[in-house]
Every structure is written in C-alpha cells, then in structure tokens.
Design a protein around this ligand. Structure first.
Ligand code: HEC
Ligand code: HEC
Length: 318
C-alpha cells in the first residue's frame, strides 16, 4: 500500500481508519456509533431486565420466574352461583378471565339472563328484545359447543349430523323437545336388516321407500316392498308409522318428505344409485354411530334454554 492509493478524505485525516488494509487498498472507517443509537441500545437492555422482573420469564428448575405483575378477575362458583374476586400473577389465562368477567358482570346482560331464566318459551319468542339477546348469546354458545358437529350455521353434515335449519326433526322441533334432546342427548337406533331380509326383499323395500317421497313410481317391486314395510316381516311401520311420516318419540325419520337426514339420497343422480344408497342403509341400520351427547352436566339450565330457543328459530321456528 502506498500513500497515493488513499483517497482525499483519508489523506485529509477527516475520518480515521482501523489501520488494516485488505486486498492492498480496502480499508475500514472507524466511525463512532451515533449517540442516539447507543442510548436506544442501553435502553433496550435495561428494559429487558425490568421486563424479566415484571412478567413471567426465565425457566428455573421445574418452574419459572413468575414476575411481580398481577391480574385480578372475578369468577363465578358453579355450585353456589356466587362471584368471587381472585388475584393471580400475570398470565394470559387470567387476562382472558378478566375480560370474560367484565362481560358476565355487565348489568344489562345479567338482567336479560334473569329475564330469560324465568320466562316461558312462549314469552321469549314473543319478545323481540329477548329474541335479539337469544340470537347473540345463542350464536356464541352454539359456536363453542355445537358447531364442531352441526356446522357453524347448523347446516349439519349429510349422513352424519342432522341439519338443524330445515324444520324437519327426528326427535321433535318444539322448544321443549329440543330442550329434552339437549339435556339427555339422543341416540338413533334402527336394526340392521341385512340378516333379517333377503337381498331381493331389501331391494323391494328400498323401492317402496323411494315411492313414499315420489322419487319412484309405484311398481310390482314397490308393492312387494310395501307388504314388507307394513307387515311383520320388516315391521318398519312399527317405528316409522303406517303412514311412514316418522315417530318422533323413537327418533324415526319421516320418509315421506324429500328431506333425508341420513341416507344421502339427494346426492345420487340415477334412480339406481338412490336405491343402492337406501339398500345399503337398511342393510346396516344405525347402531351406536349417531350419538348426540347429553349437555346437562356441561351447560347450565339457562344456557340449555337459550340454545333450545336458538336452535328452534334456526329451523324456521314453527
Ligand atoms: C359429537 C357431535 C355432536 C355435538 C357436539 C352436538 N351434536 Fe347435536 N346431534 C348429533 C347427532 C349425531 C345427532 C343425531 C342423533 C340421531 O340420529 O338420533 C344430533 C341431534 C341433534 C338434535 C336433534 C335433531 C332432530 O332432528 O331431532 C338437536 C336439536 C341437536 N343435535 C342440537 C345440538 C346442539 C344445540 C348442540 C350443542 C349444545 C349439539 N347438538 C351438539 C351430534 C352432535
Ligand atoms: C326400531 C325402530 C326402527 C325400525 C324397525 C325401522 N327403522 Fe328406519 N329408522 C329408525 C330410526 C330411529 C331412524 C333414524 C336414525 C337416526 O336418527 O340415527 C331411521 C331411519 C331410516 C331411514 C333414513 C331416513 C333419512 O332421512 O335418511 C330409512 C330410509 C329407514 N329408516 C327405513 C327403514 C325401513 C325400510 C325399515 C324396515 C325394513 C325401517 N326403517 C325399520 C328406526 C327404525
């Protein structure tokens, strides 16, 4: 390196270099860090140490440094219904409880809940204010507890979980019946006819079921099917009724409407496929595969009441 390779700035001595040269003429300026930058840097270091003391931070053995910060919240004792003040070290769970506590203690909300609790179903659906409340609270309850199976809008999943928006009910769509469904749960049961009926009998009875909702025209096969349905061989009438309109105390589906709760007939294009779906369904029946859980131990009676009204209005509220 010779002096004449240095640029004018270095020659004038305005900025010092580190004194090293790479590749014969590459040098590094030795600028001091700007003041403001340094102070920010010291600031963040001090902040991080303070943060360790105020909030949960480093792990220590099986535990961690809990910090000085605290959160206070109210929780309601499920057994006595009394609200209790609690304080805990800062954590996000307690923060959530603090937020929820505010909502639960909102005097307007409390007053509405008390009103719903004592009102009859009839009074609730005639009162627009109570209904608005039911819709907003019911939506949240439904989303938290029911949507996983019945879908967020209550549309269900064909074949698995009933559609609650179509005013067609296995167990009854009155608010008292829906309440019953929620309190104790439901379990659909239909015997498997694969072992009872011969393949051609299964075929005939499926043909008959299709005539009930005008999917197929009456034929010799459907007449044979009718005899099975209405007689001792099949005994279908026993649960579905002689008019095939279903018996709600049994949870037995109405077979005369075009609404299918389980056998996914509408998804099939040809009559042949529709019949195949029905034959398969009648062969296997339903046993322990369609279970609506009981909610009496998981939701309060008021929540169940709210949900019964909410589900009722989803289904057209007839
Ligand atoms: C684990 C899935 C699951 C969850 C969660 C669930 N259900 Fe159900 N529900 C079912 C099944 C399956 C049936 C059909 C039972 C049958 O076939 O008889 C059903 C049936 C029903 C019925 C009767 C429908 C009829 O046609 O009579 C109602 C009403 C209902 N559920 C409401 C609810 C509500 C409200 C919740 C939330 C509190 C809920 N369900 C949560 C699976 C579930
Ligand atoms: C012990 C009572 C019982 C008997 C007997 C019975 N069923 Fe059912 N059936 C039910 C129940 C209950 C359901 C609804 C199942 C559920 O909710 O999970 C059902 C559902 C059905 C469905 C589906 C309807 C839909 O909407 O998807 C068809 C089709 C059907 N049954 C046809 C028959 C035929 C045909 C026979 C006679 C061979 C028969 N059932 C005998 C109780 C019965």
């Amino acid at each position: 390196m010779s002096d004449n390779t240095l640029n004018t700035q270095q020659q004038s001595g305005a900025v010092q270099t580190t004194g090293h040269a790479w590749d014969s003429d590459l040098q590094e300026y030795n600028n001091p860090l700007p003041r403001w930058w340094l102070w920010c840097f010291y600031g963040t270091a001090i902040f991080s140490v303070l943060y360790w003391f105020f909030y949960p931070s480093w792990p220590v053995g099986n535990s961690w440094i809990k910090g000085f910060g605290t959160v206070s919240y109210t929780i309601t004792d499920k057994a006595t219904g009394k609200a209790q003040e609690r304080e805990s070290r800062w954590n996000t769970r307690a923060l959530l409880l603090e937020d929820l506590g505010d909502a639960a203690n909102d005097p307007q909300r409390k007053a509405m809940l008390a009103k719903v609790q004592t009102a009859s179903y009839d009074q609730i659906i005639k009162d627009p204010k109570m209904m608005a409340f039911v819709r907003s609270v019911g939506k949240g309850l439904f989303g938290d507890n029911c949507a996983a199976c019945h879908g967020s809008g209550g549309g269900g999943v064909a074949g698995l979980y009933p559609n609650l928006t179509d005013d067609d009910w296995l167990w009854g769509g009155g608010m008292d019946k829906i309440q019953e469904t929620l309190v104790n749960g439901r379990k659909g049961f239909m015997p498997a006819f694969g072992a009872v009926l011969k393949p051609e009998q299964l075929d005939d009875v499926a043909e008959y079921v299709l005539t009930l909702s005008d999917e197929a025209k009456s034929s010799e096969a459907s007449e044979r099917g009718k005899a099975i349905f209405q007689g001792q061989v099949g005994g279908c009438y026993y649960c579905h009724g002689a008019d095939a309109k279903g018996v709600q105390s049994q949870g037995a589906a109405n077979l005369t409407d075009k609404i299918w709760a389980i056998a996914n007939v509408p998804a099939q294009k040809t009559l042949q496929d529709k019949k195949a779906v029905l034959t398969a369904f009648i062969t296997n029946g339903v046993n322990n595969t369609r279970i609506m859980p009981a909610w009496k131990d998981r939701l309060s009676p008021t929540d169940i009441k709210l949900l019964a009204v909410y589900v009722h209005q989803l289904g057209g509220a007839k």
